[in-house]
Ligand binder design. Sequence first.
Ligand code: BGC
Length: 749
Amino acid sequence: MKYVDVTTLTLEEKASLLTGAGFWTTTAIPAQNIGSVTFADGPHGVRHQKHGMDHLGLYNSEPATCFPPAVAVGSSWSVEVAARIGAALAREARALGVDVLLGPGVNIKRSPLGGRNFEYYSEDPLLSGVLASTYVNALQEQGVGASLKHFAANDQETERMVISSDVDERTLREIHLSAFERVVTEAKPATVMCSYNKINGVHASENKWLLTDVLRTEWGYTGAVISDWGAVRTRPAAAAAGLDLAMPGPGEYATQSLIEAVKSGAVEEATLDAAVGRVLGLTAFTGTDPATADLGAHHDLARELAAECAVLLKNKDKVLPLKPQSSLLVVGEFAQTPRYQGGGSSHVNATQVDIPLQQLEGRASANGTTVHYCPGFSLEPADEDSLREAAVAAARATDIAIIFAGNPEEEESEGFDRRRLELPPAQVQLIKAVAAAAPRTVVVLANGGVVSLEEWHDDVDAILEGFLLGQGGGKAITDLLFGDISPSGRLAETIPYRLKDTPTFLSFPGEQEHVRYSEGVMVGYRYYETVDQPVRYPFGHGLSYTNFEVSDLRAEAAGPDTIAATVTVTNTGEVAAKHVVQMYVSTAAGPVQRPERTLAAFTKILLQAGETRSVQLTLDRRALRYWDITRSDWVVPSGNYTIQVAENASEVLLQQDVQLDGDELAAALSLQSDVAEWVSHPVAGPALRDRLNQIMAANNQHLDDDSEGTKMMLSMPMNQILSILGGAIDGDWLLAMLNEPSQPATATA
Ligand code: BGC
């Protein structure tokens, strides 16, 4: 970056730099040597729109590889998948002249109905944060900036511009800010994008607590805060709260209002200077040599990575992988018109798309298997009865039916939430009818958010949940069905029996512009496990074509707030496959209700048939802490922590208790605390004792005299005693001592 002395810029120039020049670019000032920075969506592919102002993905962008969207990457539980996507996206971005990519999104899947769940990783902040950090590091290592979004508590589309997410602080910190915190501190994304919604009544774009106190002061963020497209309401208020760049532009009114706010003293010029410095910092991501992206190789990569994301939910009598057989019936419009990404701003104009039907036909012919196809249902208005009947007739004459079902695109997109958990009724009817007619039935699902399996689950033999797999999904599914690759995806979100079972059933999506996060920290599996609510498939579930055994868990304290664990994993089956080692922590330590168990660490490993490996995992402070509202701080309490190696969130395989010393805590005091707590405080206590004893001596009393009156006084709140003493002890003097770490203070009052 060429050095620009901010103080040489005029107020007008500075204000202009803080609003986009156009839809995707920042303002350039050639006379001052300041170039423009180019943004593009999005998380799983570069949506570079050379012309036009389309942030809703309505028009085609430049062709780019559509990698598996975050819903799939979350299900891969693989940092390697996240890293390889990040690096490939950087190459494509540089080839297209894009400097900053608008992703990843790390909002939490609070309800399965969330309209943008396909753009987010998980219901668990550790899984989301680790995958997103890896992606950002890989992207930025290649010289392309990331934009971590949507900050924060933007977990629904209903009323997204105005809704207030009303969330208590512990829930925010532990669940909804946690992945952001990890990515900010571990990967330093070039930008953080504030969301549209309000948090506890204040728009994210004007929320100083969020954008400055938490993000910058606490987490040490030094990059640029940019707005979601159109999220800025009042430009001066946003600047004062810590928002650097308002997007998109041009925004003459906003720029003018900023200039006037500085002139009137409502916003300090120093605030603008700091924001300009950070926006200019983004030019560090410009000027890198344009890369050439090998789109053919990226298509192969998209296929390879997609195969790691699909989750084998059910496999009765090992119907999968497919055995050599004479005939195969493929049913479902999605087999020839695949759904592989969601709608809205993240929509990528894929370079090519694998058609599942063609891939299956190609692979089956190598086995001498004939493939028949029936659409079974239509994505357009059609005579569903006759489509279904044709499929059922064909099912009677086949060895096995493979049905491609899922949510149609118009039900899953940015801009609105889903209304139901079930598949469209025509598809449900089709699955039941085909399953009744065919000797064996496999369902392959394509959906951005989880769907209910209840009406047909028991009728079919196998279910492969593909979610949305990107442009290589057709080949990946074929590889998995035929057993060329063993499935290794695991659910990153719970599949409930019923919508009514979900923790947000009563509060999602809120009413009258407020959504109350009444489930608190009990999101997803944290809730189901804590209240023993049965689910269809738990978080972490996923089958393989081999078996894994875990043994020999050894966990021990590696410090007051850290646990080191090792566990042995053996592939006891016949084929090589990847396995996700999931380690959870269960504890009742501390004064707050903790979830029954919480994901604390994970890793994915490849094991050849018969191979054994020892895996080491560290459960750090982050995995063990809770947010203490009385201290406004993280605490790892001393106590017992049960470390659990689990098949999934509800099936613990091995466990071991570890005793932790935890944090050394001085009692958190306020004037509401009782006198007994005050006199035992290490700093304030001795000074207060001296002072009280002086006062009590007048009545021949003493703090240790064990009299009724003294005991009563010790049990009273400090502020009541202060008022009884009528000013003889100064409350401010007491409070000031709480901030003195060292020697006990002497009484001065
Ligand atoms: C979305 C963002 C996106 C932006 C630019 C907004 O509508 O919420 O995720 O990055 O548009 O397209």
